[in-house]
Design a protein around this ligand. Structure first.
Ligand code: SAM
Length: 196
């Protein structure tokens, strides 16, 4: 039941630091692509006033719920099914969305659906946080991300590291205003938008 991703152990404390700057005062958070469920179980207890709604493809829900049930966390809801391909979202409104290490896994068509959905569910001044590797205009990718990108594309040609400028344009089209982009360990980035 309970799956384990070593990357979560490595990145969760850095992600927490960023979320501590943007989540205070927020009440309802939707996590997209919750994966094993480790991030929800680790991060949510640091924000006691917040209800954390994890979500993912149906096959991952058991692990997410197992991480929740085997911890003492009290503010994580049971995991909801969310397949971005369907356009059917498990919440109709919230004031925060997080999406960790997922944008480079899904196709560009699904990235578009992701931003459309986030634009629809976020209330005014709600925040959208993404974490992962990005490529930037006029900057070459690190060698490790070049290799990672090749590995991703061999596995699924529709996946791959996205260009920040393209993602930010999608955000703009969905009324999400860029707030900041912080470099993180292992050539990752934390990027935040706010709903207009
Ligand atoms: C690399 S994992 C990241 C998981 C977790 N956020 C983490 O950091 O460990 C990518 C996640 O995207 C999810 N995913 C893939 N396709 C999806 C889709 N169509 N809709 C929603 N989630 C999807 C996968 O199930 C997986 O949990």
């Amino acid at each position: 039941m309970k799956q384990h991703a070593p990357a979560c152990d490595r990145n969760q404390s850095y992600i927490l630091e960023i979320l501590q700057g943007i989540l205070p005062g927020k009440k309802k958070l939707l996590e997209i692509g919750s994966g094993t469920g480790q991030h929800a179980a680790y991060l949510a207890p640091h924000f006691p006033g917040l209800s954390w709604y994890p979500s993912d493809l149906e096959e991952n829900l058991a692990s997410i719920n197992a991480w929740r049930d085997e911890s003492s966390v009290t503010n994580v809801e049971s995991a909801r099914a969310l397949n971005l391909a369907t356009g059917l979202w498990p919440v109709t409104s919230c004031d925060a969305v997080v999406c960790i290490n997922t944008i480079h896994i899904i196709s560009w068509e699904l990235v578009e659906k992701l931003f459309t959905g986030v634009g629809n569910v976020l209330s005014k001044d709600g925040v959208f946080y993404v974490y992962g590797p990005y490529e930037y205009e006029n900057e070459s990718l690190s060698e490790s991300n070049v290799n990672f990108n090749e590995w991703l594309r061999q596995r699924d040609p529709a996946s791959g590291i996205r260009k920040f400028e393209n993602v930010n344009e999608l955000a703009r089209k969905n009324d999400l205003i860029f707030q900041f982009d912080k470099s993180m360990p292992a050539n990752n980035h934390s990027i935040v938008w706010k709903k207009n």
